[in-house]
Design a protein around this ligand. Structure first.
Ligand code: CAA
Length: 384
């Protein structure tokens, strides 16, 4: 159904080889320590993985959305921590610049991240505003040629290490969603403070933290889009981000499935390979079927996003369906993979327990499964 070009096969193979050679040997160790994998992330940047869809003139690889999805899937098969860092740089950070950035903003703030020399982050969530993103409290007040940013943001992926952050704040407290604007903040700006780092269940080598803004002065030219456009920018960017998370979930699920399949072929009980028992083999059939369905939804959303570069059409529902189905598949598959492995699935000697812990976040970040259902059903019900 999906025609992969020579270029697609090449990027998939490059990502697969890199993940196997460079990430696989360190994944468990970095998961255990929770340390940020600076060295491998830098190498991924050198390979063009941090700005796959960004035109070469802005430091990226100039490839299409399917290339991005294929590469991210391969990295995710080996380690979801590396893949979320890659996903945030490519979609939550870079896509916003591609859609809404000025020429100067792209040169100054997109190029270093897309070329892997710097790390970007996207900061929407607040302690009291998660799924209901329109209820944020952080404020940006205009003061001459500057905005003065104040507030507390939470759950920022790459927050502890980011060089640049796109942050969303209220510029008009009377307007809710239509009073939100987006700003590019350099981490070295006075008043930009990195807060508490989150100790997490999974994706432990990716760094997540609060960000605190205390009279943080940002020049007017660092506003992304117009005043009041922030909410739509945040949502548009999340549509792209959700395709990235769907690819991540797909990669995690595939890794867990392959591990379970191998184990079912080798492990014996009651005088048989355990794969001979329908209690195991039917699980494998369900795992495989859901993975292939996730792949179709994810690649389809990627193709639609690619087409949107010409047509400008929205791909919100397709991104939401891909993320919803792939993330719930990742949870289903990793849960079954642990079960098939029995005691060994619970042991840190194998990566299966890590896949299980990593899968859970895909049902939560960039919009919970409940939010994806809301996005899909609202759009369906409003269509006459
Ligand atoms: N694209 C463009 N515009 C959009 C849009 C989209 N995908 N979704 C909504 N809009 C527009 C609407 O058209 C509407 O515009 P008009 O008023 O002009 O008609 C406006 O935005 C408001 O839309 P809604 O009325 O639908 O807004 P809402 O308050 O009901 O919220 C929501 C909608 C879907 C629930 C949204 O709040 C949402 O997606 N919540 C989840 C937030 C989320 O995913 N957070 C994750 C943060 S990132 C992260 O996880 C951390 C990380 O670093 C990885």
């Amino acid at each position: 159904m999906f025609h992969l070009t020579h270029e697609h096969e090449m990027i998939r193979q490059t990502a697969r080889d890199f993940a196997k050679k460079e990430i696989l040997p360190i994944a468990a160790e970095f998961d255990e320590s929770g340390e940020f994998p600076h060295a491998t992330i830098k190498k991924m940047g050198e390979l063009g993985f941090m700005g796959i869809e960004v035109p070469e003139v802005y430091g990226g690889a100039g490839m299409d959305t399917l290339s991005y999805v294929l590469a991210l899937e391969e990295i995710s098969k080996v380690d979801a921590s590396h893949s979320v860092i890659m996903s945030v740089n490519n979609s939550l950070y870079a896509y916003g610049f591609l859609r809404f950035g000025t020429e100067e903003q792209k040169k100054k703030y997109l190029a270093p991240v897309a070329s892997g020399k710097a790390i970007g982050a996207y900061s929407l969530t607040e302690p009291m505003s998660g799924s209901d993103a329109g209820t944020m409290r952080s404020q940006a007040t205009r003061d001459g040629d500057f905005y003065v940013l104040n507030g507390r943001k939470s759950w920022v992926t790459s927050g502890p290490v980011a060089d640049y952050v796109v942050v969303f704040m209220l510029t008009d407290t009377t307007k809710k969603q239509k009073g939100i604007s987006a700003f590019i903040v350099e981490a070295k700006t006075p008043g930009f403070i990195r807060g508490k780092k989150e100790p997490k269940l999974g994706i432990r080598a990716s760094a997540t933290s609060e960000l605190i803004f205390e009279d943080c002065r940002v020049p007017v030219e660092n506003r992304l889009g117009e005043e009041g456009d922030g909410f739509k920018i945040a949502m548009t960017v999340l549509d792209a981000g959700r395709i990235g998370i769907a690819s991540q979930a797909l990669g995690i699920a595939e890794a867990a499935y392959q591990a379970a399949l191998s184990y079912a072929r080798e492990r014996e009980a009651f005088g048989h390979k355990i794969g001979d028992f329908q209690g195991i083999s039917f699980k494998l059939a369900d795992m495989k079927t859901r993975i292939e369905a996730s792949r179709l939804l994810t690649y389809d959303a990627a193709l639609l996003k690619e087409r949107s570069k010409e047509t400008g059409e929205r791909f919100s529902i397709n991104a939401a369906m891909a993320k919803l189905f792939a993330s719930e598949t990742a949870m289903f598959v990793t849960h079954a993979a642990v079960q098939i492995h029995g005691g060994m699935g619970y042991s840190k000697e194998l990566p299966v327990e890590r896949y299980f812990r990593d899968a859970k976040i895909t049902e939560i970040y960039e919009g919970t499964s409940e939010i994806q259902r809301l996005v899909i059903s609202r759009a369906e019900l409003s269509n006459q």
